[in-house]
Structures are given as C-alpha cells and as structure tokens.
Design a protein around this ligand. Structure first.
Ligand code: ASP
Length: 335
C-alpha cells in the first residue's frame, strides 16, 4: 500500500515537473514570432538567368518585410499568411496567380490551400480558372462553408457567391510561361521517354508563420506543373500533403506534387514531431533528404517555438525567413 502511495506521489510530481517545463517553454516563446516564405523549389540553376535573380530577391525581400512588420505589430498568423501569398500571386515571377504555369492545353488551372493551426480550420480550392487570388477563395472555403476542398465548377460557383475578384483566364498567362510550355511540348514530341515526365520548373509560393499569440498557420498557392494534364491536382490544396498546420508546426511544400501526396509529407512532419519527438529540422530533413527522391523539391516549416526549417533537394529554392530574435534572410541556393 505504502509502495503504491509513493508511486502515485512520484507520478504526480513528474507530471507537475513536465507541466512546468512545458509552461516555461511556452513563456519563453510568448510574444515571439517567426516567418518563412518560399517561391518554389528547383526553379533556376545558379547563373542560368542572371537578369531574373535580383528580381526574385527583391520580390522575396518586399514580401518578407511586410510579414515582419505585420507579425511584429501582433497580426494573426493566418491573416499574415493570406496577405503575403496574395502579394506573391500578383507577382508574375512566381507560379501562382498571374504568371502561373500552363497546362498542356495552354490554359491555367490554379490550386491553393490555407490551414490555421490554432483551430485546425482548413480551406482549399483546386482547378480554378478565373479567380485572381485563389488563396483568398481557399480561406473563404474555411470560413463560410462546412467543407475543406472545392474544385473546378463548384469552386467557381462559390467564387461568384462570395464575390471575389475574377479575371479572364488569359490574364494569368505571361510570355515566359508560354515559352516554357512550348519547350516542354517540343521536348515531349522529340522523346517518347521524356513524354512521361513533366518539366522540372516549379515556382509555387507558400508562407508559414508563428504569431505573437503562439498561433501557427500555413498557406500555399500554385499553378502546378508546366504541361500538366487538365484536371490534374497537385499537393498544394491537399491538406496534409503540401499544406498543414496544427498547434505544433506549420508546413508548406513545393516540388513534384505527386511525391508529396504519396508520402503525406506536410502532416507527416507534424506526426513525427508529436510521436517520436523529432525537432522540426529532423522531421523536415527526414522527408526531403531520405523519403523523397533527390530533386523532388523542398519545404518550409516553423514550429511553436519559432524554429524554422527550409530543406530542399532541388537545384535551389527561393526562400526567406525572419524572426523576432533577429533572423532575417533571403536565399536561392546554399549561400
Ligand atoms: N507542388 C506543386 C504541384 O505539384 C508544384 C510546385 O511546387 O512547383 O502542383
């Protein structure tokens, strides 16, 4: 009996200690913020497009500075993620919104998703053709419907009902993306083997953030892959594959979507952290460096302590990160 009582006391003490450690962790993290942004993996090889490189850096810098300003002011992580992806969708350098890559038919089909880690509210759209900011439509799915994912005509009808800004499909198309599609179709025509593989030019955008109240959020938006079949849906709008956030971590992925779907990469990172105690870096590296094939892509992730991971296995990944402790960087390759 005495032994049992002592054991019970020991368990209670251990619980209190763990609880204290947990509280100490949170209070250390309290009021701090962190953010990471990606503009796609695998996009350009070093020295390939010297004229584009500074433009990418300037654009990422502008978006990062806006994120820093808003998070320091106390804005909610989900609002910041949506606002920054909005900016990236309007920048034709990136494969999201205007400047998105083309399907093999020569038009644009857009996918996007958001997830609020504090509430687990998630919203996504796939295959939309006339919505200027798919990320905002995805957010509205999470706010105004009881669903998570709307596709094609149904998503367009919801866009009409919600009153979001619409544009003709041509508005999204830029000469650069037309040129990339022509090259890709030519490549396929010249080689039967190549026909089975898609061009490896990505440029999806994503933002993950931890706000001053400790809330995490993630947002991802993309045109998918150059020369994709009409109707193909990638990982970005699939919650748990290309986009995920909970109370532990927020993740946004970029790369060969089919691979991220097969391995449930985004929610897998959260699971590994919760179940086997990996850090965000360990869990992110596990998928990018060991599970996926080299060249498949990369991801950005931020955990509830504000730790950021940004691994990739492609030639490069447009990325930026900042936090309340002074981290502040914009990168394309290992620099
Ligand atoms: N992951 C995106 C997709 O497969 C493409 C990308 O990241 O560039 O649709």
């Amino acid at each position: 009996m005495l032994q049992l009582t002592l054991a019970a006391i020991a368990i209670v003490c251990a619980c209190v200690l763990v609880g204290c450690a947990h509280d100490a962790d949170l209070s250390r993290g309290g009021d701090s913020w962190a953010i990471a942004i990606h503009g796609g993996a695998g996009a350009i090889k070093k020295g390939e497009s010297p004229e584009l490189e500074p433009r990418y850096r300037e654009s990422m810098r502008r978006v990062l500075d806006e994120g820093k300003r808003r998070l320091a002011a106390g804005d909610a992580a989900m609002d910041v993620c949506e606002a920054l992806v909005h900016m990236l969708e309007d920048d034709e350098l990136f494969n999201a919104g205007r400047g998105a890559v083309l399907t093999e038919r020569g038009d644009v089909e857009l996918d996007a998703a958001v997830m609020d880690g504090a509430t687990l509210k998630a919203g996504a759209v796939a295959g939309v053709k006339t919505v200027r900011h798919p990320i905002s439509l995805a957010r509205l799915v999470s706010q105004r419907t009881s669903h998570v994912l709307l596709i094609g005509d149904g998503a367009e009808a919801f866009a009409t009902e919600a009153g979001v800004e619409r544009v003709p499909n041509d508005w999204f198309i830029t000469p650069r993306r037309r040129g990339q599609l022509e090259k890709e179709l030519q490549r396929r025509a010249e080689s039967k083997a190549a026909a089975a593989t898609l061009d490896t030019r990505f440029g999806t955008v994503g933002v993950v953030a931890l706000d001053r109240s400790g809330r995490l959020a993630s947002a991802t938006s993309t045109g998918g892959m150059t020369g994709k079949r009409p109707g193909r849906v990638g990982d970005a709008p699939l919650i748990g594959s290309g986009t995920y956030a909970n109370a532990t971590v927020a993740v946004s992925c970029t790369g060969t979507g089919e691979q991220f779907i097969r391995h449930s990469v985004a929610s897998g990172i959260a699971a590994r952290m919760a179940l086997i105690g990996e850090t965000v870096e360990q869990a992110a590296d596990h998928y990018i460096l060991r599970v996926l094939d080299s060249g498949d892509g990369g991801l950005i992730a931020v955990d509830r302590h504000g730790r950021i991971a940004m691994p990739y296995s492609s030639a490069g990944m447009y990325r930026a990160a900042a936090d309340s402790r002074g981290r502040d960087e914009v990168r394309i390759w290992e620099e």
